[in-house]
Design a protein around this ligand. Structure first.
Ligand code: PEP
Length: 254
């Protein structure tokens, strides 16, 4: 890596719609305990619990190096949006990050690139770092469109005024999420290099080289080290394996 652009590794746990109060707080406390006891952390760690657990999990993470993130935010600051949560509310709960444009939200809530970008801008305006997710479906990959799809999502979803300090991108091939299937190291390396290239054309070299690009899709302790060793892979967005403290911790120290 060019020494001018040292990107600290980032490991993010996406708990999705899992966890009631007691096990959720236990999981957060277990991760915080391991992180607090470690002599040195080689990665920034973030957990993104469901919204009802943000406050108790923030409490469990207090005084630990583990940060808190939301799983989504609305593009507006406040108003008549039943069931939604704003970036400012996430910040109020203690979040430093928020995932936007996860493929499950793009699919289940028909979120367009434009919507994802508006959410990412709202997050930045509230002082959060958006983790902007992109990734192709199995059909798009089979049609040879993976890189073009991902480029289009980056161009449409990433805020045009982002800088490296307030942007994280996650490459998550949809077919690899929650399936146990992982993209090959070659495919991951190609996609990440392509994303950095697109970011460079869009936001300039300085921002592109400093922005952390995470890989997501069935990351687990047994494959994390190989994926994280790839040149443009700066961390991981972890779903299923983030629900077990031992597994999440093992990925965090891979
Ligand atoms: C995710 O939810 O972002 C994800 C990558 O899930 P999993 O690790 O379970 O594939």
């Amino acid at each position: 890596m060019d020494p001018r652009y040292v990107r600290r590794r980032l490991i993010v746990g996406n708990w999705k719609m899992n966890g009631l109060r007691e096990p959720g707080v236990e999981l957060a406390a277990a991760v915080a305990g391991r992180a607090g006891a470690a002599a040195e952390l080689t990665a920034d760690l973030v957990v993104c619990p469901p919204a009802h657990l943000l406050f108790p999990v923030a409490e469990a993470l207090r005084d630990s190096p583990v940060a808190l993130g939301g799983q989504d935010c609305h593009m507006a600051r406040s108003g008549a949006h039943t069931g939604d949560i704003s970036a400012e509310m996430l910040r109020d709960a203690g979040c430093a990050y928020v995932i936007v444009g996860h493929s499950e939200r793009r699919a289940d809530h028909a979120e367009s690139d434009e919507t994802v970008r508006a959410k990412a801008v709202a997050a930045q305006d509230a002082g959060l770092i958006p983790i902007v997710c992109v990734g192709e479906t199995a059909a798009q990959r089979a049609a040879g469109e993976a890189l073009a799809v991902v480029a289009g999502q980056i161009e449409g979803s990433v805020p045009t005024r982002a800088v490296a300090a307030n942007l994280v991108v996650a490459y998550e091939p949809v077919w690899a999420i929650g399936t146990g299937l992982t993209a090959t190291p070659d495919d991951v390396a190609t996609a990440h290099a392509h994303i950095r290239d697109v970011l460079g054309r869009m936001l300039g070299q300085e921002t592109a080289m400093g922005t952390r690009i995470l890989y997501g899709g069935s990351v687990k302790p047994s494959n994390a080290a190989d994926l994280l060793a790839l040149a443009d892979v700066d961390g991981a967005l972890v779903g299923g394996a983030s629900l077990k403290a031992d597994d999440f911790w093992a990925i965090g120290v891979s």
